[in-house]
Write a protein that binds this ligand. Structure first.
Ligand SMILES: [Fe+2]
Ligand SMILES: [Fe+2]
Length: 182
């Protein structure tokens, strides 16, 4: 049976090569996110921000799960998920606030990247991948909210005196706080 190159579902696979390439790029982004959060966690730990460190360690693990979800999707569809090269991860930061500012900037970049994949899937009518990616769309909205809430803590509490200590305590509770107000 001769199949059209543009046919998404064939006997061997249900993913266009172009889409597979885009999903592998997203794997790289999630892998980098995981490494970035881990590096931030270690810095926070070293500086004595133990609650923030725990939040960041946990988040590094979450990002790894985001990456693995894509691994399974690509391979289940007959493609080949590729372990990305991870380099250029920053290890030192100027302040705890800077860490969370960088997180927000980074998460916005991830959202843009996911939106491009969703748009691509819509255009080529790959509705299975379009549907699969909706999980990431929702997840990104939550992650941006987390980062924004974190930065608000610095503004509301202030960093003077025991401020930074209190902010660290509150950052440790961030996951449950955002869950509660949802
Ligand atoms: Fe992610
Ligand atoms: Fe993320």
């Amino acid at each position: 049976m001769k199949t059209n190159e543009k046919e998404i579902v064939t006997l061997k696979r249900s993913l266009l090569f172009d889409t597979e390439k885009k999903l592998n790029k997203q794997i790289e982004m999630e892998g980098k996110s995981s490494a970035y959060y881990l590096s931030m966690a270690s810095w926070a730990d070293m500086k004595g921000f133990t609650h923030s460190a725990q939040f960041l360690y946990d988040h590094a693990e979450e990002e790894r799960q985001h990456m693995l979800k894509l691994f399974r999707y690509i391979n289940d569809a007959g493609g080949h998920a590729v372990q990305p090269e991870i380099n250029g991860i920053r290890h030192n930061f100027n302040s705890l606030r800077e860490v969370f500012e960088l997180i927000l900037e980074h998460e916005i970049e991830v959202t843009k990247s996911i939106n491009l994949i969703v748009d691509h899937c819509f255009v080529i009518k790959d509705f299975a991948t379009f549907s699969f990616m909706q999980w990431y769309v929702t997840e990104q909205r939550e992650e941006e909210t987390l980062a924004r809430r974190a930065l608000e803590l610095f503004d509301i509490i202030g960093e003077e005196g025991v401020g930074l200590w209190t902010i660290d305590q509150e950052l440790g509770k961030l996951h449950s706080t955002v869950e509660e107000i949802k």
